[in-house]
Design a protein around this ligand. Structure first.
Ligand SMILES: [Zn+2]
Length: 357
């Protein structure tokens, strides 16, 4: 989250309320600017579906009295808590009800996760991930545009200095959107085929319910051998991001943790092989780190002890340089910070001690 490092400590109560209001308006306005007229899949102007970013049945399994916490509840910045107050957290509106109801039938069936996921299922998960990220990045772009506009109105002198920063953020997000559309188009074209462009890396089943649910694509900076997987400072338009798809699904009495990747990926191969070779305990420790360091929007059980959620909060605030004058150095720093084998002490949420059932 690009404004996660805002410091609210120096704000008075009134200023905080004002800032919250402003961010609330930005989010609302940006969501509406990013809205599509037609369903992205069938092109019809049919009513949009309240699509969930994680299958609903997973969320129920970690909820306490119907409630669960989201990542935004974690990030200490009070400004951000507004976002979790905006309704429809964890939902997006980009495809119609008809499409959502027919395309994701396997995906929405808890039984589908009792055995090794089929290619068809991986394709459905990838499609959902792409749709979600298209919506997310398009909303972010609108948000940056409105902040830029507001700065020009309120702080014209300062705004000119900030313009290049805003513009580079917009360019980066636009590139992300294009990549997501590529994934979306591939997955959409494969909906009717028995094959997909994806291969499973790992599928781990646990005999208890983990306290966390997540689904999404992450762009790993480095793997377990300090190799560069994604260099976010490479501005070559032909350089494409290689994503790892990750699902952490708490089921009724069990949990599944799935990783898979696109057949086209080449920079990921060494990491994939390492992950496959590991014991389940080692692998889950690595996936736990990926989740803590890269995922921006997971849900977790309110039953999780407070000291654990404060550790998660710390991990979530790991940030990369957004703008850099020295890309090589920034990349080296990022590889050090995101080294999946570096010495660190993180609660392993997949371990039995944190299970909710
Ligand atoms: Zn549709």
């Amino acid at each position: 989250m690009w404004f996660a490092d805002l410091n609210t400590d120096d704000l008075s109560k009134e200023q905080l309320i004002e800032a919250r209001k402003m961010i609330g308006q930005f989010i609302k306005q940006s969501k509406s600017e990013a809205k599509h007229e037609e369903c992205l899949i069938c092109g019809q102007k049919a009513p949009f579906c309240n699509s969930h970013t994680i299958p609903q049945f997973c969320l129920k399994n970690i909820a306490d009295n119907g409630k669960m916490k989201s990542f935004n509840a974690l990030v200490g910045t009070e400004l951000l808590s507004v976002e979790s107050g905006v309704n429809n957290a964890g939902t997006f509106h980009i495809i119609c009800r008809q499409c959502d109801g027919t395309i994701f039938q396997d995906y929405e069936d808890p039984q589908a996760y009792a055995t090794t996921p089929s290619s068809k299922l991986l394709n459905q998960i990838a499609l959902k991930n792409a749709l979600r990220d298209i919506n997310k990045h398009e909303t972010e772009i609108e948000m940056i545009k409105s902040i830029k506009k507001m700065m020009h109105e309120k702080e014209p002198l300062l705004s000119f200095m900030m313009d290049s920063c805003f513009d580079s953020q917009i360019t980066a997000r636009s590139r992300d959107v294009e990549e997501c559309y590529d994934i979306f188009n591939d997955a959409k074209n494969n909906l009717t085929s028995a094959n997909s462009n994806y291969h499973l890396i790992s599928f781990d089943q646990l005999g208890y319910v983990v306290p966390i649910a997540f689904q999404g694509m992450v762009a790993l900076i480095t793997g377990v051998n300090r190799e560069v997987i994604n260099d976010q400072y490479n501005y070559d338009p032909n350089y494409s991001v290689e994503y790892l798809h990750l699902s952490v699904f708490p089921l009724k009495n069990t949990s599944v943790i799935i990783t898979f990747s696109d057949d086209k990926n080449t920079r990921m191969i060494a990491f994939e092989n390492e992950l496959k070779k590991m014991t389940i305990t080692q692998r889950l420790e690595i996936i736990n780190r990926i989740l803590m360091w890269y995922a921006e929007d997971y849900f977790f059980s309110p039953k999780l002890p407070k000291e654990v959620s404060s550790q998660l909060e710390k991990a979530a605030q790991q940030m990369q340089d957004l703008v850099t004058i020295n890309p090589e150095q920034s990349l080296r720093n990022a590889v050090n910070d995101y080294d999946l084998r570096r010495d660190t002490c993180l609660p392993i949420l997949f371990s039995y001690e944190y299970s909710v059932v």
